[in-house]
Ligand binder design. Structure first.
Ligand SMILES: [Zn+2]
Length: 360
C-alpha cells in the first residue's frame, strides 16, 4: 500500500545515541528489565526491528542486537533518527506531548528530522497537573483548569485523556457538578501526586469535550500502570452515548479489545478507532489484528497510528507493518481494485484529515 499515511497518535523520540539497555527498554511496555540472561529482542517486535531497521542503518537484515546498537551509536542520534523517520514516509504526525523531557526531541526537531509536519495533541491530565503545580485553591481549580486548557488547546488538533491509566474506563459517565469538583480538587490538592480522582478525571473529560476538539482516549494494553480488565473500550458505552452530540472520539490502541472497539465504531457515528501499538508489537500478526478490526469497523472509522515512543524504529515498524498488513487484509477480503485504492487512502490519511480538520 503506497497511499499516504497520517500518524494520528505518536510520541516524541529519544535524542540518542542509546545504550543497549536503554534501547531495549523501549521494546517492551514493561517498566522492568527482562530476567537475567534474557533480552527484549526475543519478541516479535525485536525480530521485526532487526529485520526491517538494520538495513536502514546499512547492516544486514537480522543483525545482532549488539552490532545494531553499536552502528546506531556510530551514526549518532540525529542521523539514526533521520534515516529511520524518513524511511517511515509518514506524511503528518499528531503528537501527544504528555511524555517528554530533555532526553527527547521536541516537535520542531521531530519535524526537522522526519520532514513531516507535527501537530500537538494536549493531554488533559498534564494540563490539570500543571495547574496544580502552579498553586491553585480548590475553589479556583475549575476556572484555572478551564483557562489553562483553552490556552493550551488553541494551537492543538485534539485533546487526549489517559483516564484508563488513572482510574479505569468504568467511570460515571456524567459531568460532575461544580460543588463535586471543588470538593474533589480539595482532596487532590491536599494529597498531591498525579490526578487519579474519578470526579476530577470526569471533569477533565467533559471540559475536553467543551473545547470542541476531537477527544483521544487510551484504551486496551499499555504499560503496567494500566489495569487491562478496566481498559476495555466497551466500558465506555454509557460515556459514548452521553457524548454522542459532541466532536469525534478516537479510541486508541484498543488491542486486545479491538473487536469491541470495532463494534463501538460501527454503532456510534462519532467514534473512531486505531490499532496502534499492537502494530508493531505483534509483528507479522498485524494482519490478523487488522482483519479482526475490519470485521465490523466501517472503513471510514479506522485510522493509522504507530503510538511510537522513544525509538524512531517504532515509527518505521508501525508504518511498514501497517502498510503491509493492510495490503494483505484487503487481498484476503477480496476488495476489488477500484475500492481498494479508495479504502487504503481513507484509512491511511483521509479519515484523519476529516476527523481532525487537517488541510490536504
Ligand atoms: Zn500513546
Amino acid at each position: 500500500m503506497d497511499a499516504p499515511l497520517i500518524d494520528h497518535h505518536c510520541h516524541v523520540v529519544a535524542r540518542g545515541p542509546l545504550g543497549r539497555d536503554e534501547l531495549e527498554s523501549f521494546l517492551t511496555e514493561s517498566d522492568q528489565p527482562p530476567p537475567p540472561g534474557c533480552t527484549a529482542f526475543d519478541s516479535l517486535l525485536g525480530v521485526e526491528l532487526r529485520r526491517r531497521c538494520a538495513p536502514v542503518l546499512d547492516l544486514a537484515a537480522d543483525a545482532d542486537p549488539d552490532d545494531y546498537t553499536a552502528r546506531r551509536a556510530e551514526l549518532g542520534g540525529d542521523e539514526a533518527n533521520r534515516r529511520l523517520l524518513t524511511a517511515s514516509a509518514v506524511e503528518t504526525l499528531l503528537v501527544d506531548t504528555g511524555l517528554g523531557g530533555d532526553a527527547m526531541l521536541d516537535l520542531a526537531e521531530l519535524t526537522r528530522l522526519s520532514g513531516a509536519p507535527a501537530h500537538e495533541v494536549v493531554r488533559l491530565e498534564t494540563v490539570a497537573e500543571e495547574v496544580a503545580a502552579d498553586g491553585v485553591a480548590a475553589a479556583e481549580f475549575e476556572s484555572g483548569f478551564g483557562e489553562a486548557l483553552r490556552r493550551r488547546a488553541a494551537d492543538a488538533v485534539a485533546v487526549k485523556s489517559i483516564v484508563a491509566y488513572r482510574h479505569g474506563l468504568d467511570f460515571d459517565p456524567r459531568p460532575p457538578s461544580t460543588a463535586e469538583v471543588v470538593k474533589a480538587a480539595g482532596r487532590w490538592l491536599a494529597a498531591g501526586g498525579r490526578v487519579r480522582d474519578e470526579v476530577l478525571l470526569r471533569h477533565l473529560l467533559w471540559e475536553g469535550r467543551a473545547t470542541g476538539l476531537p477527544l483521544q482516549l487510551h484504551t486496551g494494553f499499555g504499560d503496567p500502570d494500566v489495569d487491562l480488565a478496566r481498559s476495555d473500550p466497551a466500558l465506555l458505552t454509557e460515556f459514548l452515548r452521553a457524548s454522542a452530540a459532541g466532536p469525534p472520539v478516537l479510541l486508541l490502541h484498543c488491542y486486545p479489545y479491538h473487536r469491541h472497539a470495532a463494534y463501538l465504531a460501527s454503532v456510534f457515528p462519532h467514534v473512531h478507532i486505531d490499532v496502534g501499538l499492537a502494530i508493531p508489537h505483534v509483528g507479522r500478526r498485524a494482519r490478523a489484528i487488522l482483519a479482526e478490526t475490519l470485521e465490523l469497523a466501517p472503513f471510514h472509522k479506522l485510522l493509522y497510528s504507530s503510538d511510537a515512543y522513544g525509538l524512531a524504529e517504532l515509527y518505521l515498524l508501525g508504518a511498514l507493518g501497517f502498510r503491509e498488513a493492510l495490503d494483505e487484509v484487503l487481498d484476503e477480503l477480496a476488495i476489488g481494485p477500484t475500492d481498494r485504492d479508495r479504502i487504503a487512502r481513507m484509512i491511511g490519511s483521509g479519515n484523519a484529515r476529516r476527523v481532525y480538520g487537517l488541510a490536504d
